[in-house]
Design a protein around this ligand. Structure first.
Ligand SMILES: Cc1cc2nc3c(=O)[nH]c(=O)nc-3n(C[C@H](O)[C@H](O)[C@H](O)COP(=O)(O)OP(=O)(O)OC[C@H]3O[C@@H](n4cnc5c(N)ncnc54)[C@H](O)[C@@H]3O)c2cc1C
Length: 199
């Protein structure tokens, strides 16, 4: 075994996503006699770093709000910062489809969901090699107000949150910005462009 390997054989020097998979089972010195390393993989099931598609999908975007489809939001998870490059996508189904498919066989439902995504973008469906589904019952406010934020100018009290705008993390941020706009208007007394969110 080359000495460079010996020097780098410290598990702690591996990146976290590898070191957490490695277990040191004895402290015998590394053999320098051997010709090869036999690696016998038992099994591995990890959703967050395994590829979901064998090859990168040939799409010109990394995320999309999808209209007239059971998929309401699609995102290439592998394009997010600090994610492994393995092609991995996340599809959010809309509330109606999710309710209709609650308790339905995951295999059938995930395929129909993914197929509808490809249909909506006019492409031939690609079968995933790995998928995981989650029925997330309280994922979203059913009827977000989409008003930016609520603001009582007399009491100078406001309310903001994802339920005020779009019912997602992005909506929560926009709602908070709308509220900040209200407060800034109050403090400096000039129109603030963030107020437009509340128009
Ligand atoms: C498991 C999970 C995964 C998610 N994944 C995604 C995703 O991938 N993409 C996406 O866009 N969105 C996702 N969301 C939704 C996203 O997290 C929410 O839309 C967003 O966090 C809402 O932000 P918010 O500030 O409106 O409310 P929250 O983040 O819920 O903040 C409300 C805060 O108010 C506090 N609070 C509540 N009551 C009181 C009280 N009486 N007094 C004082 N404090 C109180 C709470 O402790 C909390 O800190 C996910 C949500 C969950 C639960």
């Amino acid at each position: 075994m080359p000495s460079t390997f010996e020097q780098s054989a410290d598990v702690n020097q591996l990146p976290h996503h590898l070191s957490e998979r490695v277990r040191v089972i004895h402290d015998a010195p590394l053999s320098t006699e051997g010709d090869f390393v036999l690696y016998w993989m038992h099994h591995a099931v990890r959703s967050h770093e395994n590829p979901a598609f064998e090859k990168p999908l040939d799409l010109s975007f990394d995320a999309a709000f999808v209209h007239e489809s059971p998929v309401r939001w699609a995102a290439r998870n592998s394009s997010k910062p600090s994610r492994p490059a393995a092609e991995c996508w996340m599809f959010h189904a809309d509330a109606k489809w999710s309710l209709e498919h609650a308790g339905v066989d995951a295999e059938a439902s995930v395929r129909s969901l993914i197929n509808s995504f490809f249909k909506s973008i006019g492409q031939t469906p690609v079968d995933p090699i790995f998928y995981q589904t989650r029925y997330w019952r309280f994922a979203a406010a059913a009827n977000p107000l989409n008003v930016g934020c609520l603001w009582d100018a007399t009491l100078k009290i406001g309310l903001c949150g994802d339920w005020c705008q779009m019912s997602r993390f992005e909506g929560a941020a926009l709602s908070g910005m709308a509220m900040a706009g209200r407060i800034l208007n109050m403090k400096i007394g000039v129109p603030h462009k963030l107020q437009n969110l509340n128009a």
